[in-house]
Design a protein around this ligand. Structure first.
Ligand SMILES: N[C@@H](CCC(=O)N[C@@H](CS)C(=O)NCC(=O)O)C(=O)O
Length: 226
């Protein structure tokens, strides 16, 4: 059975959404990143980047949420846009946009808001501005169409949902008001039974909640390594 290495964080949760939507049988394997389990040699053999998510599907190993979404969609033929170069171009563009923009800027915005020991105004502004700019581009697209690719619910919408549902954490509680179209998509997906199962998957395991020294050493390695 497909092994799914996960935690309750945004990138694993979008893969959980696909697995639940597609009804693919999978074995969830918790990786507690606050305990440093991502750095264990057996996990590094699966994902040398020491992050979740990753999957092992028979003799195929895939890491990075965006690569996993594309792999699973192509393997199952589910949640892909209609065939054709135009839709394929859009699919790849928006997947990479989320992978290289929405995810990293949102992640850094959360880091500097919640975890950095000093509140550095320049960093706070830079990452919040860029996260907001990326969400604004998604919102503008969703003002014109129901889903990210035409009228079809695809892996791009799942990819967007993974981070956009956390907009209050990334940008603050008031931020939803700026993205009404994105909110419409997030609310629609969050109401789906598969999304509800994906969100509670983390409750099957008692993940460490404290962000203590052990967690900081495991997740913010620049604090202890050069
Ligand atoms: N580009 C990767 C990023 C993965 C990533 O940053 N995962 C976070 C959780 S959302 C993680 O494993 N953090 C633990 C750590 O940084 O040690 C993806 O999309 O899968």
């Amino acid at each position: 059975m497909l092994k799914f290495y996960y935690s309750g964080a945004p990138n694993p949760t979008k893969v959980a959404l696909f697995l639940e939507e597609a009804g693919l049988p999978y074995e969830p394997i918790a990786v507690d990143t606050r305990k440093g389990e991502q750095h264990r040699p057996e996990y590094l053999a699966v994902n040398p980047n020491a992050k979740v998510p990753a999957i092992v599907d028979g003799d195929v190993t895939v890491f990075d949420s965006n690569a996993i979404l594309l792999y699973l969609a192509e393997k199952t033929g589910k949640f892909l846009p209609a065939k054709g170069d135009k839709a394929r171009g859009e699919l790849l563009s928006w997947l990479m946009f989320v992978a290289s923009g929405v995810g990293p800027y949102s992640g850094q915005s959360v880091h500097f808001r919640q975890y950095a020991p000093e509140k550095i105004e320049y960093a706070l502004n830079r990452y919040a501005f860029e996260a907001q700019r990326h969400f604004g581009i998604l919102d503008a697209r969703l003002a014109r169409q129901k889903y990210m690719i035409d009228e079809t619910y695809t892996i791009v919408d799942m990819d967007v949902w993974g981070w956009a549902r956390l907009i209050p954490v990334v940008l603050g509680e008031a931020a939803w008001a700026k993205f009404p179209n994105l909110k419409r998509l997030v609310d629609e997906i969050s109401a789906r039974p598969a999304a509800q199962r994906a969100v509670v998957l983390k409750d099957r395991h008692k993940f460490k909640a404290e962000m203590d020294d052990e967690a900081r050493r495991a997740m913010f390695r620049h604090l202890t390594e050069r």
